[in-house]
Ligand binder design. Structure first.
Ligand SMILES: C[S@@+](CC[C@H](N)C(=O)[O-])C[C@H]1O[C@@H](n2cnc3c(N)ncnc32)[C@H](O)[C@@H]1O
Length: 311
């Protein structure tokens, strides 16, 4: 009797240990909040709809709503040069491609590697670097000259040549001689940037696969509101500097911000650059998320960067 009890205890603790090892292996990279995030996502109507539409993430719906409200894209009337900042995994670029004129040029920038979207050019680069700005300008101005042997193409990007070739016959950008257009070649900047991964994942070997597995991608925010906010303000400022450097006068701008105490300062900076500034929370943005979108319509002329960043 005693023997059998001990045997049972040993067996149960063996099973429990095995179960723990299994759970540990399965969830070692997932904190509780990440599990809750995955659970929420699998029940979410926008996530399911995104899969049906073959969009790489539910974020696509936020841009659709932004476009419905602010009329950002032009399918028939205009050819646009569009810059998508923090484009990975790529659903905003997919929306931009589907809502714009076939001759519009879209370029996505991300610090992470990401499989490019068909019909969208992509560069893996840090938008905080001045060199990235120079490369973007170069691409929009000299795109016809890029070829397989270019360093830019070889080392840094995945320029979608098949797409460029099919459009080469026509005069895509009609006023390339205009020096303003050369210096400020972009018509619309959309930025959904946020820091790529939570800290715990930095040294794990699963991170690099995730940009191409959008439905299993982990949440971006840390859950520490002040940290999320300040990092977000930094990236919004980086997007704003990009707009000052590359967006044409009268061009438009969208960027995501995690709200917090410095939001009003960022709004003031935006107001120095754009004639009209609006704040928008799309229905598809989760109500518990602190994310909002700022939209700047009509870039002013002759912006003084120092003045914008001096409060
Ligand atoms: C929330 S995701 C964007 C999702 C995307 N809009 C979509 O619809 O698929 C934010 C992206 O910003 C990128 N990012 C963050 N900091 C960056 C930087 N300094 N330069 C370029 N990309 C950056 C991250 O790597 C991440 O892929």
């Amino acid at each position: 009797m005693l023997l059998s009890l001990r045997y049972n205890i040993n067996v149960s603790s063996y099973i429990l240990n095995r179960a723990n090892i299994f759970l540990y292996n399965t969830y070692r990279y997932n904190s509780n909040s990440q599990n809750r995030w995955l659970q929420r996502n699998s029940n979410d109507i926008y996530t399911r709809e995104a899969k049906l539409k073959n969009w790489r993430s539910r974020a696509a719906f936020k841009l659709v709503e932004l476009d419905d409200k602010f009329n950002l894209f032009h399918k028939k009337s205009k050819i646009q040069n569009i810059l998508d900042l923090g484009f990975a995994p790529g659903s905003w670029s997919q929306v931009a491609r589907s809502k714009t004129h076939p001759k519009s040029i879209i370029m996505g920038i991300d610090i992470l590697p990401c499989k490019p979207i068909e019909g969208v050019h992509a560069l893996q680069a840090n938008i905080l670097s001045k060199k990235t700005h120079d490369m973007i300008r170069l691409f929009f101005n000299e795109k016809f000259n890029l070829n397989e042997d270019d360093d830019l193409d070889q080392n840094l990007g995945y320029l979608d040549k098949s797409y460029m070739d099919t459009n080469n016959n026509d005069n895509i950008t009609t006023n390339l001689n205009d020096s303003d257009t050369k210096h400020y070649p972009i018509d619309l900047i959309i930025s959904d940037m946020y820091v790529p991964y939570p800290k715990d994942f930095e040294n794990s070997n699963i991170t690099s696969n995730l940009t191409n597995m959008p439905y299993y991608r982990l949440m971006n925010t840390s859950g520490v509101a002040i940290r999320d906010h300040l990092q977000s303000v930094d990236l919004c400022d980086a997007a704003l500097v990009t707009a000052i450097d590359l967006l044409r006068p009268n061009g438009n701008f969208v960027c995501k911000l995690y709200t917090g105490k410095e939001e009003h300062l960022f709004k003031k900076r935006l107001q120095k650059v754009f004639r009209k500034v609006s704040k928008f929370k799309p229905d598809s943005s989760r109500s518990m998320s602190k994310e909002v979108y700022y939209v700047g319509i009509g870039k002013k002329n002759d912006i003084d960067k120092l003045d914008v960043f001096t409060t």
